[in-house]
Each structure stands twice: as structure tokens, then as C-alpha cells.
Design a protein around this ligand. Structure first.
Ligand code: SAM
Ligand code: SF4
Ligand code: SF4
Length: 351
């Protein structure tokens, strides 16, 4: 494997056709998961990425380093379930050692946090987001096929004990499934000192059961918060951050990611890389670029720099905005297409 450390000087950050900078990288470290959330992995069979295609920790780091001269300053580790990846702490330490990297974050379902919170903190992980859609044990089991709610709650406590602050919670509300817990989930977050972000249900690859009427919109969430907690005051946030945030009268903040009803493609500064090195410039993208072969060829990461620079400069993606304008909107891709193209799955591309 040829890795490359010195880069030609590039104007930073590079910009795409809409003037959007490349700043944020979602690095998917595995496509495997220990849950089967009904809105993400509802099927019983999946086509998995071959194990031998997986990038090594050193290759993941080398590719991330290659993106730094182009503008990347934040990296979020995701999956699949990132805590299933062996050596994740070493990867975190390698990413933290990149001098220009300002933020190394992780999104997890929390199932393995009890065992790993301490080691993740020691490795230098800066920010932690845990997905939590219900506080009801039976509902958790029904909607993920695993009886792991107690583990997730214990994992959150372990993360707090180990000094992660703030801890964010991601909650996807689905009408008729868990929307009756909107108020109790937010109350739990406020009492526990976590910042909850409601994420609108998205019709991304793998969300086979998506229907517009199941989406609980930002407007609806705000109306219910207002009724139960009082008038929320908007908190100023940079426009490239997906979540809008509000402060509650009794103190505490929460956020909403309105990806479905009010997409924010116009300010999107995120790229994604799958565990086997496919580079995507949009969550709805279907044309991934293979970086694995590039990083393994003579020239190493220098090849990656050239390829990504060209791809980002040509970028014109507005996936969620384009979906917004579609009549008869349903699942983005069919099950058979996803089996043939596993890179299109949310759990492969990284949420
Ligand atoms: N397994 C980890 C987890 O669940 O936190 C990380 C990967 S997961 C794909 C990242 C985030 O995407 C999670 O917060 C999850 O709730 C969210 N997500 C998955 N499918 C979604 C969908 N169809 N709509 C909205 N959010 C979704
Ligand atoms: Fe659930 Fe995350 Fe696994 Fe998807 S990748 S099934 S959201 S835990
Ligand atoms: Fe960015 Fe694509 Fe999401 Fe729009 S749909 S915000 S372009 S990743």
C-alpha cells in the first residue's frame, strides 16, 4: 500500500458548482449492525460488503488526511454500527493526531457503549451522538429485533461518567410507531442533560417502508413542544449545520433535522466514504467513486486527492430537494436494486 504524506497546495476549501465547501466527512467504518431498526434495515437479508474489501485503519486515516488540504476539518465515524469495528479507538487516535482536524465525532446506537465509553474517551473522541427512539423496552425490541434498551441506557450513563459532554441523542419519529413518545423522550433528555435532536424520517436507500404520512414534520414537532414545554426560542446556528436548535423556557436545548420537509442541500458541506472506500457526495447519490484501488495503487493518497478534487468541483447534488418535488413519493430504491447495489443502503453509506 502506498501512502502519501506531503500534498500539493490546493486552494482551501475547494468548492462545488453551487459554491459549497468540502468541510465535513462521514466515515462509515462498517456496514454491519447489531440492530435492525425498522426505518433503516427492515429486511431479513442483506448483501454485505466483502470483508476483504474493507479499508484498513491506516487506509481510512490516509484517505482522511488526503481530504484535509481540500478543506475537511470535521469527521464523524458512523456505519452500520461503528462500535462493531475492531480498533476503532486506534482510528480515533490517528484522526485526532491530524493537526488540522478540529472535530472527531461518532454516531452510535449505544448498544456497546458500556464496554467502550472509557476507551473511546481515552482515544480522544470529542463528540458523541447516541440514537434513541423509544424508552419502552418492548417497543425497542419490536422495532430493532433486539432486547437492548437497558444496554443503551446503561451505555448513556457510562458515556456521561466518562466525561462526554454534551451527549446528543438522535430520535427518528414515525407516526403510529413512536411519535407518542415525543414529549417523554425530550423530557428524559432534558432531565439527563443530553441534547436531543429529532430527525425527520427520510426516504433514503433502505427505508423500504417510507411513506409521506409517516413523517412527523418539523412544524408538527414544534407545535407539540410548544404545547407541552412552552414557547421555544430559536438558537443561532451556522447555516451548514443540519440541525436547527431551540432553547426551552425551563432551560435546555433541543434540535430538529428537517431533512425531509425543509432540506438544507444549499449549504451541504458533507461527503461520505463507505467502509470499502466508495466516495459519495450525497446521501441520495448512486455514483460512488472507488478510492480503495486508488489508495492501494502507486501514488497512494496523491491519487485520492486528484480524484476527489475533481469529483467535488463537479458536484451538483441536491438529493433531498429533488425528492421534495416528486409526486407519488415512496421508497427511493427497490429491494432488488439495493441487493445488487449495497452501497446505496443508508447503513452502508453512513447516516
Ligand atoms: N448505527 C448508528 C446509529 O444508529 O446511530 C450509526 C449509523 S445510523 C445509519 C445514523 C443515523 O441515521 C441514526 O441516528 C439513525 O437513526 C439515522 N437514520 C437511519 N435511517 C434513517 C431514516 N430512514 N430516516 C432518518 N434517519 C435515519
Ligand atoms: Fe439502526 Fe443505526 Fe443499525 Fe441503521 S445502522 S439499523 S439506524 S442501529
Ligand atoms: Fe447534502 Fe445530499 Fe443531504 Fe442534500 S440530500 S443535504 S446534498 S447529503
Amino acid at each position: 500500500m502506498a501512502l502519501f504524506c506531503g500534498f500539493m497546495s490546493l486552494p482551501t476549501p475547494i468548492q462545488d458548482l453551487a459554491g459549497r465547501a468540502l468541510r465535513n466527512l462521514r466515515l462509515s467504518v462498517t456496514d454491519r449492525c447489531n440492530l435492525r431498526c425498522h426505518y433503516c434495515m427492515p429486511e431479513h437479508d442483506y448483501t454485505w460488503l466483502p470483508r476483504q474489501d474493507r479499508l484498513s485503519l491506516e487506509e481510512l486515516t490516509a484517505i482522511t488526511k488526503a481530504l484535509v488540504p481540500m478543506g475537511v476539518r470535521q469527521v464523524r465515524l458512523t456505519g452500520g454500527e461503528p462500535l462493531l469495528r475492531r480498533g476503532l479507538d486506534q482510528l480515533i487516535a490517528q484522526l485526532r493526531a491530524i493537526p488540522e482536524m478540529e472535530d472527531v465525532a461518532l454516531t452510535t446506537n449505544g448498544v456497546l457503549l458500556v464496554e467502550q465509553a472509557e476507551i473511546l474517551k481515552a482515544a480522544g473522541l470529542q463528540r458523541l451522538t447516541v440514537s434513541l427512539d423509544t424508552l419502552k423496552a418492548q417497543r425497542f425490541e419490536d422495532s430493532t429485533r433486539q432486547d437492548f434498551l437497558p444496554r443503551v441506557l446503561a451505555g448513556l450513563m457510562a458515556a456521561s461518567r466518562n466525561g462526554f459532554q454534551p451527549i446528543k441523542l438522535n430520535t427518528v419519529l414515525l407516526r403510529g410507531s413512536n411519535d407518542d413518545e415525543l414529549e417523554s423522550l425530550l423530557a428524559f433528555a432534558l432531565e439527563s442533560g443530553f441534547e436531543l435532536r429529532f430527525i425527520e424520517y427520510m426516504d433514503v436507500g433502505g427505508a423500504q417502508n417510507w411513506r409521506q404520512d409517516l413523517v412527523v414534520s418539523r412544524d408538527e414537532i414544534l407545535a407539540r413542544v410548544r404545547k407541552h414545554f412552552g414557547e421555544p426560542e430559536p438558537v443561532a446556528t451556522p447555516d451548514y449545520v443540519p440541525a436547527r436548535r431551540w432553547q426551552l423556557p425551563q432551560g435546555g436545548t433541543f434540535g430538529i433535522v428537517a431533512s425531509t420537509t425543509a432540506p438544507f442541500c444549499g449549504t451541504c458541506n458533507r461527503a461520505r466514504i463507505t467502509a470499502d472506500g466508495r466516495f459519495f457526495t450525497c446521501l441520495y447519490g448512486t455514483e460512488g467513486m472507488d478510492l480503495r484501488n486508488l489508495v492501494r495503487q502507486e501514488g497512494g493518497a496523491r491519487n485520492v486527492v486528484q480524484a476527489i478534487e475533481g469529483r467535488w468541483r463537479d458536484r451538483n447534488d441536491r438529493g433531498a430537494e429533488e425528492r421534495l418535488g416528486q409526486d407519488d413519493r415512496g421508497a427511493f430504491q427497490g429491494v432488488e436494486d439495493l441487493k445488487k447495489n449495497p452501497h446505496w443502503e443508508m447503513h452502508t453509506k453512513g447516516g
